[in-house]
Design a protein around this ligand. Structure first.
Ligand code: ARG
Length: 463
């Protein structure tokens, strides 16, 4: 049981908190992660206090210097974190007092832990938007490189995981580039919206000191101070937006990971995952398990869980700050770590996988994947209404099924039994290469379209 009253707010308290109270109340075990943001924010606040004449230049200089010393102590691993001092804000301020004495007590002028934590966490999440954007860019670059190499690798395209129409592997990879590209823009949008400074809101009502909120906002890289002091301390939308973008991104990663799991099975063999991203089995010597892909497939649970947790914490909270909001951090930290790890692992897997062109090609020819091309030919060449062409093609698929062959292996007589007008020209559209080459409209799977999209993305990423 800690029996000394808290040095920071203990003025009206005779004794310190019970041990269990301390355990539920303290956040230092996790919010120590905000130390750099806390020090950056405090240094900007101190400089502004001197600038506005609220504290002396020499006090501000001592504070700013002392904070740098604390930063080195933390980074060197010899900072005495204390649960009795609750959180990172009070741990740092208490240490500052030990280091510089009386001026340390002036740092908190015109400030509350409410605007302080809102600032620190916002700075941290803003940094995570940048980190996610950087990792996404690296993943997109890796996908683009592989898409270019495989722009003309024919594979089956699926709907319902049933063979639908032939596509190119490059086109399939570029579909993920579009998804991750939207993720990138979501992180950038969220960053732009969160880039306002809560500092100066103080506890909730603003400050009676003539703080220069523009100056601290600018020093910390914000576009402007937040316009409402109550919103400034109560808002966690920035973290929710970050987690929403992260959840969508983790969902995309999970889908691609699942494809890699499927592609690397003995039944598909479209892709071989590199040894570096696979593991063996302790009992079955033939196994190569795509563990990294499976883990990424599952990580969405943690990221989406963090988002739901924070929504649940925030719902129903009256203005302004409530201690509930201390529950905003741990899972956001975990989600951010999880996302960056998953993005890096996915980049490594994409860069090192070996697509098997022959296996994809063989699979593309199965399942009557050029039936639509046949129907389109009937419309184009014979002027059949599409519905009739669909019907004739269905009869031909049934015939091929009966003979145990694929559509290109039917004879011209077979074809003409289904429709007398069919000529040998029909065989030109039935090969899978012909099929993909014909889909050359903007956004289609034709190799040249894939290459055009690769070039467009290179242009946008500036490579
Ligand atoms: N550790 C707290 C948090 O993370 C800091 C803010 C505390 N503010 C307060 N009024 N008790 O939310």
């Amino acid at each position: 049981m800690s029996k000394t009253s808290n040095a920071m707010w203990g003025g009206r308290f005779a004794t310190g908190p019970d041990a269990i109270m301390e355990a539920i109340n303290a956040s230092i075990s996790f919010d120590k992660r905000l130390y750099a943001e806390d020090i950056e924010g405090s240094r900007a606040h101190a400089a502004m206090l001197a600038e506005t004449g609220i504290v002396t230049d020499s006090d501000a200089a001592a504070i700013r210097e002392g904070l740098l010393t604390i930063k080195s102590e933390i980074e060197a691993g010899d900072f005495p974190f204390s649960a009795a001092l609750e959180d990172i804000h009070m741990n740092i301020e208490a240490r500052l007092k030990e280091l510089i004495g009386e001026p340390a007590g002036r740092l908190h002028t015109g400030r509350s832990r409410n605007d302080q934590v809102a600032l620190d966490f916002r700075l941290w999440v803003r940094g995570q938007c940048d980190a996610a954007a950087e990792a996404l860019t690296a993943l997109i670059r890796a996908l683009i490189a592989r898409a270019e190499e495989t722009a003309d690798f024919v594979m089956p395209g699926f709907t319902h995981l049933q063979v639908a129409q032939p596509v190119t592997f490059g086109h399939h990879l570029m579909a993920y580039v579009e998804m991750f590209g939207r993720d990138l823009s979501r992180f950038r949008d969220a960053r732009a919206r969160m880039n306002e400074s809560p500092l100066g809101a103080a506890a909730l009502a603003g400050s009676s000191f003539p703080l220069d909120r523009e100056a601290t906002a600018q020093a910390l890289g914000f576009d402007r101070p937040m316009a409402n002091s109550m919103d400034a301390v109560a808002d966690r939308d920035f973290a929710l937006e970050y987690l929403s973008a992260a959840s969508i991104c983790a969902m995309h990663l999970s889908r691609l990971a699942e494809e890699m799991v499927i592609w690397s099975t003995a039944q598909f063999r479209f892709v071989a995952m590199s040894d570096a991203w696979s593991t063996g089995s302790s009992i079955m010597p033939q196994k190569r398990n795509p563990d990294a892909a499976e883990l990424i497939r599952g990580k969405i649970g943690r990221v989406l869980g963090a988002q739901i947790a924070l929504f649940t914490v925030m719902k129903g909270l009256p203005m302004t700050y409530g201690k509930d909001m201390q529950e905003d951090k741990e899972q956001t930290f975990d989600a951010a770590d999880t996302l960056l790890l998953s993005l890096a692992a996915m980049e490594g897997m994409v860069a090192s996988m070996t697509p098997d062109r022959a296996a994809m090609r063989a699979s593309a020819a199965l399942g009557f994947s050029t039936a639509t091309d046949l129907a389109d030919w009937l419309v184009r060449e014979l002027g059949l209404p599409f519905r009739d062409a669909h019907h004739v093609t269905g009869a031909l698929v049934a015939k091929a099924e009966g003979k145990g062959c694929d559509l290109p292996e039917l004879t011209l007589e077979d074809m003409q039994e289904a429709h007398a007008g069919i000529t040998a020209g029909i065989f030109d559209v039935l090969g899978v290469e012909n099929s993909v080459a014909s889909r050359k409209i903007y956004g289609g799977t034709a190799p040249d379209q894939v290459r055009a999209q690769v070039a467009r993305w290179r242009g946008m990423l500036g490579t």
